[in-house]
Design a protein around this ligand. Structure first.
Ligand code: ARG
Length: 591
């Protein structure tokens, strides 16, 4: 399904091509000046130079051609503005026919952008044995929204959680446990039987042990050496360590899944840094054979700097002096794995933008080593920090890392208050109320995150994001639920939405906004910026509000107009449902 503007682009392209003007300049967009025009094409200006004509004159010629070509009566008016803008106003009949098609569209207005290209999204990225923090929250929310958008538009999108499960923290915890429990069978190097099935440590134990172990290693060089040795031994396959590590991963993932379920975030793959260990040695051998890997002070590295680099580009470390692999090594081997297993045409990393240098190094190494061909896109879709009111990364009141589950619990608590204030969900059972408070909280948290430009930092403001007024998730839920109950009420009175539209002056602006959906989805995906869809959802909800405030709907005596208005309501509700589901936000049945 095309947008209204792209239907007009098609017409304008015909005019440009008939006049011998470059068709790539024929693009029509929704006008920024709604008072003077609904749509505009700015292509006369860039075409003017080559044509050696004044842009206004070109605009006049395009308009004459459009009028000549316009046998179906699309345009109500065409005019030249400013230096050569082509201003367009369409006839209501054109918008009416468009909305009829949109209503009947099997894809509900979601454009088809790919015919099944495989794309991989790397998001979430929580670390084993550590609590998930707000950075992982951002990654999960944005990554999952992008996955949903790509799936809906025809891509074969695969989300991978890429667990942090193979670095120094693992060795720190293992060595800590070895110091505490030297008698455990996991530490008996001669043991060759089967290790216990159940984990000797819980998630709570791990959360307690890791910070202590990490601190001890920082303070004591000998202690740190032990941890480094344990990391290398784990990676080299020491059986007892591997067995223990499997327990860590299992208990951590069990906890993570609870959090991700509460958020409604899905992953297709639960791989991690450790999953690709077997691929590392052959990858490094190949890099050596290609003459790309070199020794550097006992470590093995690959140079990734180019001549003319503006910033410093240190080599990527493949093996440290002690033989352990690094974050970059596992990311590079993960690319080997992905290209072998999934053959994606794009891989998008939704990771904190402060890891930009790391990804630049990994991408360059992957290109140099021929691991990823130029034809496959590698993108680091970085994001900014979620800050507290003090402008620093969001923390608990005590100054610790805010755990995801605590943050969700805070959101639910606040949502309960908000529902009470707004006198919503009053007639419901306690269980249903709890359900709705949860849905409202998740909508608030997700929307507050997604509505910011990905790269921007933002301040976590629970009061603001849970409000039922303003640009918030709860506001959009409320609007969607309100339209649905209006439609229910109409049905009770025997009124149903029509299948055709009648668009008087009062109804046209909502209709035109409804016609933007396909473009807005495409735009949000172009640079992996879900905030574009958030802006659009809010604009649509506001346009609906003013339409609702100024038009009779159920009380409209004219049957055709009443049917059309109910269809506008139904289409608005459907759009909100589509958009919110692309963003990963659920709408309650009622509220
Ligand atoms: N575990 C990492 C962290 O907590 C994020 C992983 C991101 N993905 C990747 N392929 N490196 O910072």
């Amino acid at each position: 399904m095309d947008s209204l503007a792209s239907k007009l682009t098609t017409l304008t392209e015909q005019a440009f091509s008939a006049l011998g003007l470059p068709v790539e300049h024929a693009r029509v967009a929704v006008s920024g000046q709604a008072e003077s025009a609904q749509f505009q094409c700015n292509g006369a200006m860039p075409s003017a130079k080559a044509a050696k004509k004044n842009p206004r004159q070109i605009a006049e010629e395009v308009i004459a051609k459009l009028q000549e070509l316009d046998s179906e009566g699309v345009f109500a008016s065409l005019s030249v503005g400013g230096p050569g803008f082509i201003n367009m106003v369409v006839k209501p009949s054109f918008a009416e026919a468009y909305l009829r098609d949109l209503l009947a569209d099997a894809g509900q207005g979601v454009p088809v952008l790919s015919s099944g290209e495989t794309v991989m999204l790397d998001y979430g990225g929580p670390n084993v044995a550590k609590a998930m923090h707000v950075g992982h929250l951002r990654s999960s929310i944005i990554g999952d929204a992008l996955r949903r958008m790509m799936l809906a538009t025809g891509y074969k999108a695969i989300g991978d959680v890429h667990l942090g499960d193979w670095g120094t923290p693992m060795g720190q915890i293992i060595s800590e446990l070895e110091l505490r429990h030297p008698d455990w069978v996991y530490f008996d190097a001669r043991f060759s039987g089967a290790y216990p099935k159940d984990s000797p440590v819980s998630m709570a134990d791990l959360e307690e042990i890791y910070p202590l172990a990490s601190k001890a290693c920082k303070e004591d060089e000998a202690r740190a050496d032990k941890a480094r040795q344990a990391t290398a031994d784990l990676q080299n396959g020491r059986a007892g360590y591997r067995a223990l590590w499997h327990h860590f991963v299992y208990v951590s993932v069990t906890g993570m899944k609870k959090n991700f379920d509460a958020l409604g975030v899905h992953f297709d793959l639960w791989k991690g840094e450790g999953s690709v260990h077997e691929l590392i040695a052959p990858m490094v051998e190949k890099l050596k054979a290609q003459g790309l890997a070199r020794e550097d002070d006992g470590a093995l590295v690959i140079d990734v700097a180019f001549e003319g680099d503006k910033k410093e580009m240190p080599p990527l470390i493949l093996y440290k002096r002690d033989g352990a692999v690094m974050y970059g090594t596992t990311d590079l081997a993960t690319l080997v794995d992905r290209m072998q297993e999934n053959k994606p045409s794009k891989i998008i990393y939704v990771v904190d933008q402060r890891q930009g240098l790391h990804f630049e190094q990994v991408f360059r190494a992957a290109r140099k080593g021929g691991i990823v061909p130029e034809s496959a896109e590698l993108t680091h879709a970085g994001f900014g920090t979620m800050n507290g009111p003090d402008g620093k990364p969001f923390k608990t009141r005590a100054g610790g890392v805010m755990k995801l589950e605590d943050l969700i619990a805070m959101g639910v608590e606040k949502a309960r208050e908000r529902l009470k204030e707004a006198k919503l969900a009053e007639d419901m059972s306690a269980a249903e109320k709890e359900d709705i408070a949860h849905t409202v909280a998740i909508a608030a948290i997700k929307f507050a995150d997604l509505q910011n430009n990905r790269v921007a930092d933002y301040v976590f403001d629970l009061d603001r994001m849970t409000a039922f007024e303003g640009k918030t998730g709860p506001y959009l839920l409320y609007q969607a639920v309100r339209i649905n109950s209006l439609l229910k009420k109409a049905a009770e009175q025997g009124f149903t939405p029509g299948e055709t539209f009648v668009l008087p002056e009062t109804d046209i602006s909502l209709a035109l906004i409804l016609g933007e959906l396909p473009d807005q989805i495409a735009l949000a995906l172009k640079n992996y910026t879900p905030h574009v869809l958030c802006d659009y959802a809010f604009k649509l909800a506001q346009a609906f509000s003013s339409f609702y405030g100024s038009c009779h709907i159920l009380s409209e005596p004219d049957e055709a107009l009443r049917g059309s208005r109910l269809a506008l309501c139904a289409l608005t509700a459907r759009h909100l449902r589509v958009i919110l589901s692309l963003l990963g936000i659920a709408i309650p049945e009622r509220m």
